[in-house]
Write a protein that binds this ligand. Sequence first.
Ligand code: DAH
Length: 348
Amino acid sequence: MADVTQQIDAISRLADEELAAVGTIAQLEQFRIKYLGAKGSIKGLMSLLGQTPKDQKPTVGQHINALKDRVSGAFEARKASFSAADSGADATDVTEPGLRPQIGNRHILAKVTNELTELFGRMGFSLASGPEVEDEFHNFIALNIPLSHPARDPLDNFYLAAETGEGQATALDRGPQEQLTLLRTQTSTVQIRVMEKQKPPIRVVIPGRVYRPDTHDDTHLSMFHQLEALVVERNVTMVDLKSTILQFAHAYFGADAKIRFRPSFFPFTEPSAEVDVWFDLPGGKSRWVELGGCGMVHPNVFKAVDVDSEQFTGWAFGFGIERIAMRKYGINNIRLFVENDVRFLEQF
Ligand code: DAH
């Protein structure tokens, strides 16, 4: 009995020492075979049990079992630590950089719109807005665009069906009281809405969506955005208009930006001009691109909103925000703004 117990203790000590010295998976396997294998030393102890006096068998048996449990427990723990380190599965390396959640970013148009309203904000303009579904008064009549004007052609506007259900067919063919609604074609509508509510002096910018049944190409969409500006004060002149636009262009596009004014016609301004900006494009494709229109507010517009044109003058412009963004960020196709291609969107 003393003999067996001594052997148990000796094996126990050896097993502990050897397990502590194990450095590789191969050594661990050697350890397992040596102590826990079918011909291992713990199994060997079992065979000694046969020679043990009968009355001592239970105690010796218990000792051997306890040893076996302890060694296999220690072996399993060691094995687990190896596989964790190996596969990295359970191991947490707290020094590793974390997984970044994918987050989106502001759309380029929203970004440009913010930049523009902020820039004009610094020039003393406040922000205004109006509805996208408009009536003819705000989209045409008050802007000095009479019923007979070609701009009101159903082919050039998204009229919404009138209550008769004959919206488009009746667009040019109805009494003065019958107002159709349409998706606004210009943010100039909001000039009217602002002047209806507010007396001069007025100094606002109006960013917003507009709709036109245009054929899509690299610079046209049937839905796009405009930045409208309106200033109404005593004694403002074309000089204020021109210098404000130049100041904006140089602040936003850079001191070397080239801008030109071309005489033009809009029913709601007199005189009127169109504004072009020079696009420096590679491959001999450089050209002037139209930003939009501008001019001095027409007296008929003031009359429609009860502003005394003897006391006040005003100027306005309406520019395409997509065109501004294209010039600023070198974007060559307006379709990119609405295609939602992440590879495009994440560049800004
Ligand atoms: N509303 C015009 C358009 O969409 C642009 C425009 C021209 C706006 C002259 C203005 C302006 O405010 O004064 O084509």
